[in-house]
Write a protein that binds this ligand. Structure first.
Ligand SMILES: NC(=O)c1ccc[n+]([C@@H]2O[C@H](COP(=O)([O-])OP(=O)(O)OC[C@H]3O[C@@H](n4cnc5c(N)ncnc54)[C@H](O)[C@@H]3O)[C@@H](O)[C@H]2O)c1
Length: 333
């Protein structure tokens, strides 16, 4: 199939591109490089440095490359920033996504895979989180993801669009060969921050809140390996072929892991002591977020291959220790 990967120079998109190519698909990539890395783009893969705001430019690519499926990873994803700069998030995550969808419908491309998020659930009261858990985002980032999900339903009803909205929990880890990984600037995700301490790039990592009603008092999250997320994008293809399909899947390991457990696992993997700094809770951080991913298992046959935090951190450490400066170090791979 001819697949367009939007945001394919970013963290999750680049892992997905690699799997799509390995599975024999023809891939084109759009990324405006606001956060992406050209070093993460495989040689020989058509790459368009293009912003989604340019609807005519997107249409031309869809037409020229005879695109059949669009995978949409491009978004801003800093929750705190979204609270302070909501316009930025509404324009890039919602309006630009509508541009992309309009371009697709105008060009007769009707299969779409969307990077949604557990942030659409806000602070849920029931666990684990199923696809039917009420969605009530508590910040503009999560709201824009939910707004896209709702727009997809209406566009599907009106135009026959088939879509899969994949709600990732905490994407983590790196390609097993250490050649692709997480390189966000600024970095806000726990595992790369902890590994920065192991590398001596940061003096300590902060634990926000040690008095939650959880087994060790720190927040529980569901860390899901980036390659497991990428696999789900391919496993959903068959179902997408059904015209007007409207698919929602939670992608997680179903296993809650605390901040302290992540730090202990990182110490075991790296052999380094991780200095921590206990800090007050951050507003809006739920005590727990973990998935019930049984629907993806039942309907797609998808199951995470990386089931425990240590195996995920091993891959992240391989990437981080080989590329302490991220993609700037690519030449040293
Ligand atoms: N990382 C996570 O834990 C996580 C969890 C849930 C959902 N998600 C979602 O998954 C997707 C990918 O996340 P990521 O961590 O790989 O992010 P990322 O920032 O590494 O990748 C996103 C890519 O999109 C590009 N981009 C952004 N706006 C664009 C635009 N207007 N036009 C063209 N390109 C644009 C960026 O340059 C970047 O390369 C995002 O939609 C994010 O909201 C991520």
């Amino acid at each position: 199939m001819n697949i367009l990967v939007v945001g394919g120079a970013g963290y999750i998109g680049s892992h997905c591109v690699r799997q799509l190519l390995a599975a024999g698909h023809t891939v084109s990539i759009i990324d405006n490089l606001v956060y992406g890395h050209t070093q993460a783009v495989p040689e020989g893969t058509p790459f368009y440095q293009q912003d989604l705001g340019d609807i005519e430019g997107v249409k031309t690519i869809l037409r020229q490359d005879k695109i059949e499926v669009v995978m949409h990873f491009a978004a801003y994803a800093y929750v705190g920033e979204s609270v302070n700069e909501p316009f930025k998030y509404y324009f890039n995550n919602f309006v630009a996504t509508l541009n992309l969808l309009k371009a697709m419908i105008d060009e007769g491309v009707n299969q779409f895979v969307f990077s949604s998020s557990c942030a659409t659930f806000g602070t849920p009261e029931e666990f684990p989180i199923t696809e039917d858990t009420p969605q009530a985002p508590i910040n503009p980032y999560g709201q824009t993801k939910l707004d896209v999900e709702n727009a997809l339903r209406y566009l599907s009803n009106a135009h026959g669009l088939s879509f899969a909205s994949l709600r990732y929990f905490n994407a983590s880890g790196a390609a097993e060969d250490g050649s692709l990984g997480e390189d966000h600037d600024p970095e806000t995700h726990l595992i790369p921050l902890v590994l920065d301490v192991a590398l001596g790039k940061r003096p300590s990592v902060q634990i926000y809140g040690t008095d939650y009603d959880t087994p060790d008092g720190t927040c529980l999250r569901d860390y899901i390996h980036v390659d497991d997320i990428a696999r789900a994008h391919i496993m959903v293809f068959d179902k997408l072929k059904e015209p007007g399909a409207q698919l929602f899947y939670n992608l997680g390991t179903q296993k809650p892991t605390s901040v302290r457990e992540v730090i202990a696992a990182a110490e075991a993997v790296t052999g380094q002591k991780i200095t921590v700094e206990e800090a007050p809770r951050r507003p809006g951080d739920p005590a727990a977020l973990y998935a019930d991913a049984s629907k993806a298992k039942r309907e797609l046959g998808w199951e995470p291959q990386f089931k425990d935090i240590q195996s995920i951190i091993e891959t992240a450490w391989k990437w981080a220790s080989r590329h302490p400066e991220g993609y700037q170090d690519q030449a040293k791979a």
